[in-house]
Design a protein around this ligand. Structure first.
Ligand SMILES: C[S@@+](CC[C@H](N)C(=O)[O-])C[C@H]1O[C@@H](n2cnc3c(N)ncnc32)[C@H](O)[C@@H]1O
Length: 263
């Protein structure tokens, strides 16, 4: 009898967890990672493959080793959903930015500007933050193909609405265009922090990583979002990590979808 009760409890517990993961949990990168692992292990067994595929091969690093305790300032941390960094990711990025104390930040993919604003809140008054966004009108003419699932982040009335009119916006310079055809030449060797969060298509992540690498200053840091969320991102970053010596130092920040490369 007690065995049957134990099984019932186990069943109810798993059902509750699956219910959460398939609904609200989808907003959380940890839950999405869990789902992906489940999917991989299920498919692995179905295909008679004894080793489930874990696509996240980049070694993990711990946030507290990177910046110690949370000392950053925030706005709109909990106002997020699809297309945004999670609360924890925003705190991680804010702390990284604060620690790196950059003169110049370059972001690819502005969206509402929630991360842009929080980067501005955690930098000095002489910091310049350049944020590049693809105008909705340019959707049909991008040099490479973006993912269908991200069209909704491009199609918006306003780019950067979270910082427009905010006092910290004086540090932020918006630029518009397609990251594959944008002219990065004026920024070579001048960027201390780069945040790559534009298109999540493989070709774009490869393009953006290459373009951003060229504009970084020694001692800077490249931050990628969505390593564990989009196949195009993890395929590109795994490839760079494995095959390109310049990217061998990439690390995945545990508990987030963020990957970093400290130069
Ligand atoms: C996921 S959202 C970025 C979220 C934002 N970085 C944040 O943390 O809140 C992706 C953004 O990338 C932009 N984007 C997509 N493809 C792009 C491209 N080829 N060049 C420049 N920006 C692009 C979209 O318009 C969208 O604003």
């Amino acid at each position: 009898m007690s065995k049957a009760l134990d099984n019932l409890r186990l069943y109810a517990g798993v059902l509750k967890r699956v219910g959460y993961t398939m609904t609200f949990g989808m907003l959380n990168s940890g839950s999405r990672e869990e789902l992906l692992k489940l999917y991989n292990s299920y498919n692995g067994h179905q295909n008679g493959d004894a080793t489930p595929v874990d696509p996240f091969i980049i070694p993990k690093t711990d946030v507290f080793e990177l910046f110690g305790n949370d000392g950053a300032a925030y706005e709109g941390v909990y106002e997020c959903g699809f297309g945004h960094t999670t609360e924890f990711e925003l705190k991680v990025i804010s702390n990284l930015v604060k620690k790196w104390n950059p003169h110049r930040i370059f972001e690819i993919g502005t969206f509402q500007g929630r991360t842009t604003l929080n980067m501005a809140l955690n930098t000095g008054s002489d910091t310049e933050i350049i944020t590049l966004d693809l105008p909705a009108d340019d959707l049909a003419t991008t040099k490479m193909e973006i993912e269908e699932g991200e069209v909704r982040y491009v199609k918006k009335e306003v780019s950067g609405e979270r910082f427009l009119g905010h006092p910290a916006a004086s540090k932020i310079r918006q630029v518009f265009g397609d990251s594959a055809s944008f002219d990065f030449n004026g920024y070579i060797n001048s960027v201390d922090v780069a945040f790559i969060d534009g298109s999540h298509a493989y070709e774009y992540v490869m393009n953006d990583s290459e373009k951003v690498f060229a504009i970084m200053r020694k001692g800077g840091i490249i931050i990628w979002h969505d390593y564990t969320n989009w196949p195009g991102v993890w395929t590109a970053l795994n490839e760079l990590y494995q095959n390109d010596i310049r990217f061998r130092g990439i690390r995945h920040i545990g508990g987030t979808s963020i990957a970093i490369l400290a130069l």
